[in-house]
Structure formats: C-alpha cells, structure tokens
Design a protein around this ligand. Structure first.
Ligand code: NAD
Length: 460
C-alpha cells in the first residue's frame, strides 16, 4: 500500500513538472468537470450527505452543493483575471524599469478534510488549487464514509486523474501521506491534529493552511423590540441547530447574555425550537444526526457531570440508536466544566449570564481566539469595541454563519483557530506563489549605485 502510494505521488509530481496543469485550458476543463460532477451527481451527493449525517437536502444545498456551484462559477468567470500578472513599481534607483507579480502554482497539494461538510470542505479547496494550476490529492474524512466513497469513485470520471486524485482512509493513511513531500498542505480539522500536521510539514518546510475549530461565542444584547428579539433568536437557533446540528466549526458554541434577560431568552428559544423542529424533534427531518457513536458518546459525556446536568433548562434527551440528540439549552454550566472548556460541536447550547453585556469582551479575551465571533446588538459603541478590542477569524453582527457563504470575505482562523484563509479569490491566492519579476533597461544607472565612493568619507 505504502509503496503504491509513493509511486502514485511520484507520478503526480512528474505530471505536474510536465506543465499541463499550468495551462488555462487545463484549469478551465477541470473546473467545468467539477461543475458537471456537482450538477449530474447532485441527487447522489444529497443521498450521501443524508446517509452520513441525516442532512436534509435543503440544508445540504444551502451549505454545500449551492456554495460549491457558486464558487465554481466565480472561478470560471474570474480565472483569466486571477491568472494575469499584476504590475508593480520599482524604486527610482532602478531607472527605466518595470515589475510584475507573476502568479505561479505551488506544485503538488495535499488536502485533508473533515466530515461535517464532507463535500464542501473537500471541493472548496480543490477549486482554489486547480484554478491556481496545481496537482492535488484529496483525503476526505473516513467518518463521512458515503461522501468519501462517492468522491473517490465518481469524481475521477470528471477530472484529469493523472493530476487530481482522491485517496480514502483514516488517520493512518493521513500519516502515510504526511511522510511525502508536498508543496502545500491544506488541512481542515481539529486543533489537536492540526499540530501534528504542522510538525510533519516542518520536516520539508512545507507551507500549511489550517482550518481549525474552537469555541465561537455569540453575544445577545437585550434588544429593544419584540421583533428584534425574534429575528435574533431565529438566527441563533438556525445557526446552532440548523447547520449540521451544531457540528460546524463556525457554529455558536455558547451564548453570552445579561442576567436579567436570560429567562426571556430561554422562553423565546424554546418557542423557536418548537417552531423549527416540532413538539417531537426526534421525528424531525430538519435536524442532522450526530456523525457516529464516538461523537454521540463524547456529547453525552459533556452532560454526565451532575453540576452540568442541573443546568439543563430545555431538551437533553438522546437516542443512541438513531444518533439523535435533542436541541438542548443550559444556563450557567460551571466555567471549568468540559462543556465550557472544550469545543462542543453538537446541539448543546450553554447560555452564560453576565452582569453587563460589555463584560463579554473580557470573557472572550480570556479564552483562545475563536474562528468566529457573533454579536446581536444595536449598540454601535459595543460593536466598535468588539471589532477593535477582540481577536477572531471573523466578526458578524446580527447574524451567524453567513460569512461562510461570502466569496468576498477571507475565511479562516487566527491563533488556535487556524492559519491562512480561503474562499473566492483568497482560495486562488492560498495555492499561488506570487513571483516577483523585475525587468530593467540596460541604458542607464545612477552614478552613486556602485563604488568607488572614495571622495565620500564620513569624518567621525
Ligand atoms: P480531525 O482532526 O479528527 O480529522 C480531520 C482529518 O484529519 C480527517 O480526514 C482525519 O482522517 C485526518 N486525520 C486524523 N488524524 C490524523 C493524523 N494523525 N495524521 C493525518 N491525518 C489525520 O477532525 P474532525 O473530527 O474531522 O473535525 C472536527 C474538527 O474540525 C472540529 O474541531 C472543527 O471545528 C474543525 N473544523 C474546522 C473547519 C474550518 O473550516 N475551520 C471546518 C470543519 C471542521
């Protein structure tokens, strides 16, 4: 197995060296091939996502298929502009000159992805990598087995298989792949495995992009009108439970509210959960299931501590057979409990009460930098303070998760939530080296550029 893998990777490097992947026609053909895959296999994609995660196909379209199509159409439209060299100025000492930034592919790329958006997190980086003219290996997550197998068995029919491959497997295969030399590793997953990726990549000084996780806070200010509150609660519940049942890196991990407002928030949330998922959410086809038994038990464990259990104000029921966990709300679980120190990654929402909403700034700053920070407020001073006094991959006011759908915003973390960014043109840049090319005329030079400077001694 390892021998074959080594040979496959060597062949891919050889294919890249021949230069085919650099041509605009190759890049365009691959992007079009990928678009055909997504269009022709749309139903199979929905089926795979439903098998892996119980994802409703509306959710699957909104969070994965629709976004992939949008990114492909953008890349096809803007490819020539992205590939064009950009002019740059040289200093006047380089008289009669001009310079350019010439985008150059990095070479052979390894994409290792996660299971929660198994199509999007594999194909979104692939779009950037092929638009930039690279050869690519994708290793999808073994935990989303139906999606991984669909990618491995069907994608090759649409793409240049000498330059683009899907290699299936778990951590052992990931480790094997990391033993080879890559020109870039693009990793989506946990901070723990992210550290392994960095240390393996360091052996070859391979650059990395790490799309990691963490605990994303949301602040809910006591908004003034009933409709304000309702819109905010709608968006919070939708973002927490309606995107892969909270198994999303930019899901709301916990909610910060002022103490006197918390019981109103809980009541509004209960009503909204009922509206979205009915009286018996277990029967609902609108909420995803937990990916597997391991993660189900991990989430169950977060609730075993009696001090945490006592904080449940809504939900809490679970069914191991169908990997279902009810949308659950807790108020003020102990800050030192695993619920508040580990990424939750599931449909459990702790509400932490504060004396003043402004205290949320210190609360957030005393924890690792999150991938996203959300604040539902109309207080402009608070908004400005949050932007300037906290650090996170992104900040969204009065909504959550929508930043992921924007081509115009860089998507990525900071500190423990990640290194690097992608989406839209940022994806192209992530897989591109901008080579500095300077060109000069031989006609003239300034006299002071070259010695001798014997007549210019500094008297000290
Ligand atoms: P994970 O780190 O366990 O696995 C991610 C990928 O790495 C999988 O393909 C897995 O097979 C592979 N892998 C695991 N161990 C490996 C090893 N030792 N060597 C090489 N490869 C290895 O993470 P996960 O459970 O798939 O995903 C959950 C985490 O990912 C959460 O923390 C979540 O926040 C984060 N995440 C981040 C983003 C983002 O865009 N920032 C998106 C989705 C998920």
């Amino acid at each position: 197995m390892e021998k074959d893998l080594g040979k496959e990777i060597m062949d891919m490097r050889e294919c890249y060296r021949k230069g085919n992947t650099k041509h605009v026609t190759w890049r365009r053909a691959q992007l079009k091939g990928l678009l055909s895959f997504v269009e022709e296999k749309e139903v199979e994609i929905f089926r795979a996502l439903n098998l892996d995660l119980g994802k409703n196909y509306v959710e699957a379209f909104r969070d994965e298929v629709g976004l992939i199509k949008k990114s492909l159409n953008l890349a096809l439209k803007d490819l020539k502009t992205w590939m064009a060299s950009k002019e740059a100025k040289l200093p006047s000492i380089a008289l009669l000159s001009y310079a350019e930034l010439v985008p150059e592919p990095l070479g052979l790329i390894l994409v290792i992805s996660s299971w929660n958006f198994p199509m999007g997190l594999s194909l979104e980086p692939l779009i950037g990598a092929i638009a930039a003219g690279n050869a690519v290996v994708i290793k999808p997550s073994e935990l989303a087995a139906a999606s991984s197998s669909l990618l491995a068995n069907t994608l090759p029919n649409y793409l240049d298989t000498q330059a683009i491959k899907v290699i299936e497997g778990g951590p052992a295969v990931g480790q094997q792949l990391l033993q080879h030399k890559w020109d870039k590793i693009f990793f989506t997953g946990s901070t723990k495995v992210g550290r392994i990726i960095v240390s393996e990549a360091a052996k070859n000084l391979t650059p990395v992009t790490l799309e990691l996780g963490g605990k994303c806070p949301a602040i809910l200010d006591s908004l003034s009108w009933s409709w304000d509150k309702e819109v905010a609660i709608n968006r919070i519940i939708g973002a927490k439970y309606g995107s892969c049942a909270g198994q999303a890196c930019i899901s709301i991990d916990y909610l910060l509210v002022e103490k006197p407002f918390s019981s109103t928030v809980v009541e509004l949330m209960k009503a909204m959960i009922k509206k979205m998922y009915g009286d018996n959410p277990r029967e609902s086809h609108s909420i995803s299931r937990i990916i597997n038994k391991h993660h189900f038990l991990r989430l169950k464990d977060l609730l075993t501590d009696q001090k945490v259990k006592d904080c449940i104000v809504y939900g809490g029921s679970m069914d191991e057979g169908s990997l279902f966990i009810e949308p659950t709300i807790l108020v003020d679980p102990p800050l030192e409990s695993a619920m508040m120190t580990e990424e939750i990654f599931g449909p459990l929402l702790p509400i932490i009460t504060l004396d003043k909403i402004e205290d949320s700034i210190d609360f957030i700053n005393s924890r690792p930098k999150p991938l996203a920070l959300y604040a539902f407020t109309k207080n402009e001073v608070l908004k400005e303070r949050l932007v300037s006094e906290t650090s996170s991959g992104s900040v969204v006011f009065n909504d959550a998760i929508i930043q992921f759908a924007a081509d115009t915003l860089p998507f990525g973390g900071i500190g423990e939530s990640g290194i690097g960014k992608y989406h839209g043109k940022f994806s192209f840049d992530t897989f591109t080296h901008y080579k500095a090319v300077a060109r000069r005329s031989l006609l003239t030079d300034f006299w002071y550029r070259f010695p001798p400077w014997n007549n210019y001694k500094l008297e000290l």
